[in-house]
Design a protein around this ligand. Structure first.
Ligand code: ADP
Ligand code: MG
Length: 392
């Protein structure tokens, strides 16, 4: 457990002023993969790994951001933030500052310390968590407030425009609006959402395959192009199909033969994934864990066979998981070609689950996985001193 007094002390020693503290969580996606850019549905949960931001105003016209994780501080004049980054971790907080400046919010000089325990680059969105924590902190010193949904959209803009990463809205949205013990079903078109309760006796166990296949970047673009190609074919017959969100399984049955085989498979994944994602929220609401587990299994199979975005290591991880006692559901989560699996596991079995998976995976692949135990947790908020942050 990491006490928030650690970052507070660090900040006071470094900057000589008492800070105000904020936190924003990382996230894991329970179901709904490659549906966001088709205006579809996703169902992530915020996890109890987070980035903390400690902030205090300074009387100068400059901003200093300091990362405990990297042991580095970066100092900039408020007039020199610009509109694009320099491929450095400080792009995330400065990107947030740039977007606030573009929105006409007058952020005064400040010193900010960042400290996170979301594994970096593991697909659990440490990037959204550092953005959202930074934005809450900067809004505080600017004495401004914005609705959480607007904060999510502005943080997404910071990542898209300043950092230069073309992410959807899911990560920032759930980091802002997540809730303890709840998954969040998000309609990526309207940004309406509803919370669905995760039973208290279940844990979210996240297993990191520790692989990210190098072709992942290129394949992501290919998948998007294939989805667009299929959408255009359906649109010729039904002009109201703007994106695959608007298409049905019946549409594919009627016109899928006009598509190249791979395009048909990609579209089938997205269309059926949308259906599964809404059904998974309904299953959670009805406490129907058998249906939820089946939907997660179907989602993994669709991701593997139709979208072809899984990999040997992720398939091994999921195969091992579903054989374990107390495992309700398991699937590859995130953009694909490696990264993490998400597992819903009865808490009483979670430790043994982690031990067995780690041993089994190491034996087959010779790779030592990282396994993170979590629960669905609250979205971003201001912290009091008694708050603690669980550390892996
Ligand atoms: P993910 O979001 O899956 O963790 P990304 O590549 O999108 O992976 O974002 C990770 C990057 O975010 C890190 O390489 C770093 O630049 C930045 N970052 C996240 N948390 C911190 C932190 N506490 N301090 C400094 N930089 C951070
Ligand atoms: Mg990220």
């Amino acid at each position: 457990m990491q006490d928030v007094s650690g970052i507070k002390k660090f900040h006071e020693e470094r900057f000589g002023r008492e800070p105000v503290l904020f936190m924003a969580p990382g996230r894991v996606n329970l179901i709904g993969e490659h549906t966001d850019y088709a205006d579809g549905f996703v169902m992530p949960a915020a996890i109890d790994f987070a980035t903390l931001a400690a902030i205090s105003p300074n009387p100068n016209n400059n901003a200093t951001v300091s990362s405990v994780n990297f042991g580095v501080s970066v100092h900039r004049s408020l007039d020199e933030i610009g509109t694009s980054g320099s491929h450095h971790w400080s792009d995330y907080p400065f990107g947030v500052l740039s977007i606030l400046q573009q929105e006409g919010i007058d952020v005064p000089g400040f010193d900010m310390t960042l400290d996170g325990n979301v594994p970096l680059g593991a697909g659990l969105s440490s990037s959204a968590s550092i953005e959202v924590a930074s934005m809450l902190a900067m809004l505080h010193v600017a004495e401004a407030s914005l609705p959480l949904q607007k904060i999510a959209l502005l943080c997404q803009r910071a990542e898209n425009d300043y950092v230069g990463a073309p992410c959807g809205i899911m990560d920032q949205f759930v980091s802002c609006c997540g809730a303890a013990d709840q998954a969040l079903l998000l309609d990526c078109r309207s940004l309406e959402y509803r919370l669905a309760p995760i039973p208290k006796h279940l844990s979210l166990v996240i297993c990191n395959t520790m692989v990210k296949h190098s072709h992942a970047g290129g394949e992501y673009g290919t998948r998007r192009a294939e989805v667009e190609e299929g959408t255009a074919i359906l649109r010729r017959h039904r002009p109201e199909v703007r994106l695959l969100r608007d298409a049905t399984v019946e549409d594919l049955e009627r016109w899928g033969h006009e598509m190249p085989p791979n395009v048909l498979k990609r579209c089938r994944h997205v269309i059926t994934e949308n259906i599964r994602t809404v059904a998974a929220a309904d299953a959670l609401e009805a406490s129907d864990l058998d249906t939820l587990g089946r939907l997660m299994a179907e989602a993994h199979a669709s991701y593997r066979d139709d979208f072809e975005a899984s990999c040997r290591e992720a398939d091994i991880m999921v195969e091992l998981a579903i054989k374990q006692a107390g495992c309700v559901g398991a699937r590859l989560t995130g953009g694909g070609f490696g990264g993490c699996t998400v597992n819903l596991v009865e808490s009483a079995n979670a430790e043994r689950f982690a031990t067995n998976i780690a041993a089994g995976y190491k034996e087959i692949t010779n790779i030592q996985p990282e396994i993170y135990q979590s629960h669905a947790s609250a979205g971003a908020h201001r912290l009091t001193e008694s708050a603690v942050l669980s550390k892996k």
